[in-house]
Design a protein around this ligand. Sequence first.
Ligand code: GLC
Length: 413
Amino acid sequence: MIPIPEKRIADFEKLGFGLFIHWGLYAQIGKGEWVMNLADIPKEEYAKLAATFTAENFSGREIARTAKKAGMKYAVLTTRHHDGFSLYDTCGLNDFDAPHAACKRDLVRDFVDGCNSEGILPFFYHTTLDWREESFRTDFKEYQKYLRRSVEILCTNYGKIGGLWFDGNWSRTDVDWEEDALYSLIRKNQPDAMIINNTGLDARGFIGNSYIDSVTFEQGKPSRMNREGAPKYVASEMCQTINTHWGHGSRDFLTKPVPELIETLCYCRKHGANYLLNVGPDASGQITPIQKATIEEIGRWISVTGDALYEGKPSEAVSGGKDFMLDKDQKSYLYIHDLAVQAQEHVVVGVSGQGPRSFKNAFRKVKNIRWTDNGAPLEFAQNPENGLLCVDCTGYSYGENLVVRVAEIEYEN
Ligand code: GLC
């Protein structure tokens, strides 16, 4: 038996595609969010960055607009990262927060307001590992209290949120993280919030504490979850950098190409996982032009190919290769990869690529199949007895190349 997902978990799966935002004091250095640790910057030295953290271009509204244009439904902001600096008002817990920095404002408030006005569901990333807080090393019980109080503020001061996204438990295996106490606090104050805790690079897809609502696949490839006999239905999500750093990297030129990101989004949905794609805004709080343009281009692809990827669930019908099928309502959707532009050899390079694609376990009797981008019908042959479906996938007409092309299947009643 596969357990029925609780509503918040089923709703989370339908969000499908989200924006991860790594931003904090470190953006001013422009060498990633681990720079304090990896470059051995002393605490007192690092803390000076607060005095120049003006955040003049940070706008939750702008970020949410970009996410929306990218076809994303939720956004996860680093409210506090390992350096210990909080983008929110810690209400007196300490002074190492945005209201005490040069910007003098609660940036999490700005983020939440912006998300709410654009219909993007706000989530909070929160570190559990802390390089600054003494108690993290000297009095772990005390540190847990500090962490819980921090999270309580986030759960009570910003209205309804999508969830908490923790990160850092992988840093210490010698301590009791008191997870039940932390998570029950969230359940109490935000009954519909997702509880996620990144298991790190070594334990991708691993299910931890029973409060956890989704597993993470950091920088990995999600696999289809085996939920047979599981005590609880748990969602899955893959987070990934758009270049090779989470925080701003002013000399990181390795921005992933749009086709690769489209294929990764598809790959995640094929396995029923959400795709959480990260940007690292610059020192001023602005998403860099290349990252903005890159993610918005994915949104244009979604607007051409259709929105089945949000609510569509992995189908029983499968292909041997990259192609896959999602089921939604009474229909199914084929995601066809590596088609070529059909023209003639003097005009475009690579005229092959179209042709038959086959799926097995396709037992429902197909009535018709059409490309979602232009409504053109596709020829197909099916043997519903043995579940074999063969679709003659035409290539792109001259002037187009969708990277992954989507076809809608209608069934006989
Ligand atoms: C790792 C890194 C951290 C980053 C996170 C994102 O845990 O330590 O810097 O925020 O991955 O998933």
